[in-house]
Each structure stands twice: as C-alpha cells, then as structure tokens.
Write a protein that binds this ligand. Structure first.
Ligand SMILES: Nc1ncnc2c1ncn2[C@@H]1O[C@H](COP(=O)(O)OP(=O)(O)O)[C@@H](O)[C@H]1O
Ligand SMILES: [Mg+2]
Length: 188
C-alpha cells in the first residue's frame, strides 16, 4: 500500500517529551518500512531558522517554516514528525490549515514535572533570570483546544504515547495498519 504521508505535530513545554517521543515514533514507523523525517525545533534553529530569537514574531516565523517543510514532506509520502514547543495556538491553527494530513499531538506534562526533569538545565537558568521569555516561566504556552492526541507523559510510558499516535494515524488511514505489511505486528 502506498503511504500518503502525514504530519505529526508534537507541541508542548520544554522537557514535556517531544524529542523523546519523536525519535521512538520514527524508529517504529521506519521498522514498518515507512519514510519518516523529524523536524526538531532545537535542530531547526541551528539551520533553517538560524538567527531567529524567541520573540512572538520569531517563534511564529520558526513555526511557519517548520510547517512549510512538513507540508512538502507530507505531500510526498513522508511522515514528518515535528518537535517544537509551538506555544501559540493561532499559528498552530494556520499550519494545520496549510498542511496535508495534519495531526496535532499535545505532549502534556505539568510544568513542575518538566521543570524537575530540566533536561537541558534551562528552567534553572530561567528561574535565575538568566534566560528571559522562557515558555512556561515568563512566556505563555497556549494549550491546544482540540488536539487529535494528548500524551500525558508524567504518567504514560514513551511506548504508550507512541501507540496512541500510531492508532490516530491508522484510524485516519494516514499509515497502513501494523498487520497490513506482512501479517506480523511491529512491536514498539
Ligand atoms: N512518557 C514519557 N514520554 C517522553 N519523555 C519522557 C517520558 N517519561 C519520562 N520522559 C523523559 O522526559 C524527558 C523529556 O525530554 P525531551 O524529550 O528532550 O523533551 P522536549 O523535546 O519536549 O523538550 C526525557 O528525559 C525523557 O526520558
Ligand atoms: Mg526537544
């Protein structure tokens, strides 16, 4: 079966689990023979969006660029997984309108949990005032109103979150069922 391609748009606070889920999802989809790419906010900011800052305008520009590339990939049979905070609802809505087979995944973990993980030590810096405009501390995160999938990473495993996303993609016919290829289920 020809894969149509899709965009899996992960959104959530820093440390909520976007990059972790993106990489596991990529592994599972590739094991099923699908073409997959990740557009990670942290990586994109070193190339495609190099030079952009964290003002609302620059954040929105970053998201529009990621959305533009994700749409190109989705239209060409690739599952594009994006992993950027994407804090603003209106630009997420814009990207949704302009992107083929878009599903929004709210990677939802309470701020306290993200802060206690502090994967990159950024929350500590933001609390000390060394970083200004940090999402969740002194910059807003607008919770998605109608995400197709919500992953509660403080109480779900990575595999459980990935399973939910796979189910949502399959239910919409964006990817073949795990049984379709060779009758065997891909274990994740
Ligand atoms: N269920 C889960 N899903 C994703 N990450 C989890 C989960 N439980 C714990 N974690 C941990 O939370 C951290 C999330 O970091 P990361 O994926 O870099 O977040 P983000 O990309 O959203 O900033 C990682 O250290 C990861 O191992
Ligand atoms: Mg990340």
């Amino acid at each position: 079966m020809e894969t149509l391609g899709a965009t899996v748009w992960l959104t959530g606070l820093s440390g909520s689990g976007k990059t972790t889920i993106a990489h596991k999802l990529l592994k599972v989809l590739r094991a099923r023979g699908l073409k997959v790419e990740i557009l990670d906010g942290d990586v994109v900011r070193t190339n495609l969006s190099k030079g952009l800052g964290f003002s609302k305008e620059d954040r929105d520009t970053n998201i529009r660029r990621i959305g533009f590339v994700a749409d190109l990939l989705s239209r060409n049979g690739i599952v594009a997984i994006t992993a950027a905070i994407s804090p603003y609802r209106s630009v997420r809505g814009e990207v949704r309108e302009n992107t083929e087979r878009f599903i929004e995944v709210f990677v939802d973990a309470p701020l306290e949990v993200c802060e206690s993980r502090d994967v990159k030590g950024m929350y500590a810096k933001a609390r000390r005032g060394e970083i200004k405009g940090f999402t969740g501390i002194d910059d807003p995160y607008e919770v998605p109103a109608a995400a197709e999938v919500v992953c509660h990473t403080e109480r779900e495993t990575v595999d459980e979150s990935v399973e939910k996303i796979l189910a949502a993609l399959q239910a919409r016919g964006h990817i073949p069922s795990a049984y379709a290829a060779d009758g065997e289920r891909t274990v994740c």
